[in-house]
Write a protein that binds this ligand. Sequence first.
Ligand SMILES: *Cc1c(COP(=O)(O)O)cnc(C)c1O
Length: 232
Amino acid sequence: MTRTLLEAKSEVERRIAEACRRAGRQPEDVNVIAVTKYVSLSRTESVLRSGLLHIGENRWQDAKEKWEALGEKGLGIWHFIGHLQTNKVKEVVGRFHMLHSLDRMSLAKEVDKRASQLGVTLPCFVQVNVSGEDSKYGLPPEELFLFLEELQALRHIEAVGLMTMAPHEDDPERTRPVFRELRRLRDTANENGSCRKPLMHLSMGMSNDFEIAVEEGATWVRLGSVLVGKEE
Ligand SMILES: *Cc1c(COP(=O)(O)O)cnc(C)c1O
């Protein structure tokens, strides 16, 4: 494995630990997903050898080769983090361990149907478009609570938390209100009893803004360029 990957990993871990200290949180409560969408199979193998366990991919077409070489053999825990087209559900359910981008009922029904055929339950994050940018996927916040209640009927989906993507900001501090709002929505959903089980998780924070997300309560950060780097 390349030295730079180990260096990047320890640097990221140090930055997460410092953000936790600022927020009075425990670093063990923050899980890192290494986003390998920009890199090759061999770099993804190095990622797993470095001790990182969680792999994030955002398109099945790009993930296929890596999943078949690694995931199929039981290596890694696989997170589908990108927009999921309904016609790709059959590829993703049964292969990936978690879905971070559940954002519409038509998708939820397909996922539930496929998981039911396979006899599995898929842990899912509901993606919320907190910032309201047109370019972002995710449910509008005002539709979240009804969506979560409807989700309860789908027995092969387990809602575990909420996910969002903040707008890119040159000053990451400006992303804070987005992350804070996602946490507020999660807490409100739990107070309302919108889900079968309380939502424990927040999937938020990328290379540019993960320290702010950790300060605001992220339990999963999704890191590509800062951790795994980019190839091609
Ligand atoms: C690509 C991607 C990431 C990682 O992006 P970086 O900025 O490189 O860390 C995280 N989440 C999602 C949904 C992505 O598509």
